[in-house]
Design a protein around this ligand. Structure first.
Ligand code: HEC
Ligand code: HEC
Length: 224
């Protein structure tokens, strides 16, 4: 009898132990949740104050949010909620550590909302070049997706002109091609995993290298 109880207890403990790692792994992609309070904070962003704070960002992202370093992202014209979310994600390491981590460590929530408001007040970066024929493949993926792979059109989320959409779907128009390519590869490998519901990771996994390059060039050359 005693042995029976013991083995039942052991079985139970084993079941708990084997389910424990799964619970630990299920950490959220991001700690930003779009509650009313969070939306209000982003909406309260003071772009004049943000502009002052952005002096520390200009060496890499440009004084007007257009980076002169080819691999670094432009921030001009980006949706405030998206920029705010990325800064929060860098701060708590839900977005893969990069040189951004140390730069955001001391920013308050209000600082991040102010910075986001400043960049959102600027026009989107100008397109890098014309959309050439080589990008036909990208055009189909952007506007139609691919039913065979259950791949939705990029434009259904990112907007017909790559202008982004509420709440946190980023604008892509005029973004740096090398940056777009690198970040799509990072979603594909899971190195970047801060997209809520794995919306981008699941899609990037279905894209080939060639498609990622074509899409990066397409968006870099797209006029908003
Ligand atoms: C030393 C160079 C450097 C400085 C200074 C810098 N950044 Fe960055 N920033 C980067 C790089 C490189 C990336 C891309 C990193 C990655 O792939 O995650 C980046 C990414 C970002 C992103 C994500 C863009 C996107 O499209 O997802 C935001 C937002 C951002 N930086 C804001 C800022 C702000 C605000 C400041 C000032 C407080 C700042 N950065 C200062 C280099 C810099
Ligand atoms: C279901 C909606 C949805 C679809 C469809 C979608 N995206 Fe996204 N995408 C998002 C969201 C949401 C984010 C921001 C995730 C985060 O917070 O990191 C994002 C982020 C991105 C980024 C990162 C931008 C930056 O500045 O770092 C790129 C690049 C991107 N998407 C490209 C694409 C391409 C190319 C397609 C089509 C093959 C596509 N997306 C289809 C929702 C979508």
């Amino acid at each position: 009898m005693e042995r029976l109880i013991l083995s039942a207890a052991l079985g139970c403990a084993m079941a708990i132990m084997s389910s424990a790692p799964a619970t630990v792994l299920a950490a959220p992609a991001s700690n930003v949740a779009w509650t009313g309070e969070m939306r209000q904070l982003v909406a309260s962003g003071d772009s004049a104050r943000g502009q002052q704070l952005a002096a520390g960002c200009a060496s890499c992202h440009g004084a007007q949010g257009v980076s002169e370093i080819p691999d670094y992202p432009h921030l001009a014209g980006q949706l405030a909620a998206y920029t705010y979310k990325q800064l929060r994600d860098y701060q708590d390491n839900t977005r893969a550590p990069s040189m951004m981590g140390a730069l955001v460590a001391t920013l308050s929530d209000q600082d991040m909302a102010d910075l986001a408001a400043w960049y959102a007040s600027l026009p989107l970066p100008p397109p890098t070049g014309a959309i050439g024929e080589a990008q036909a493949q990208a055009v189909t993926l952007v506007l139609q997706g691919d039913g065979k792979r259950l791949l939705p059109p990029c434009a259904s989320c990112h907007g017909a002109h790559g202008e982004g959409a509420l709440v946190d779907v980023p604008a892509l128009a005029g973004q740096s091609a090398p940056y777009l390519k690198a970040t799509m590869h990072a979603y594909r490998t899971g190195q970047r995993a801060n997209d809520i519901y794995a919306r981008m990771r699941s899609m990037a996994q279905m894209l080939s290298d060639e498609e990622i390059s074509a899409l990066a060039r397409y968006y870099a050359n797209l006029a908003p």
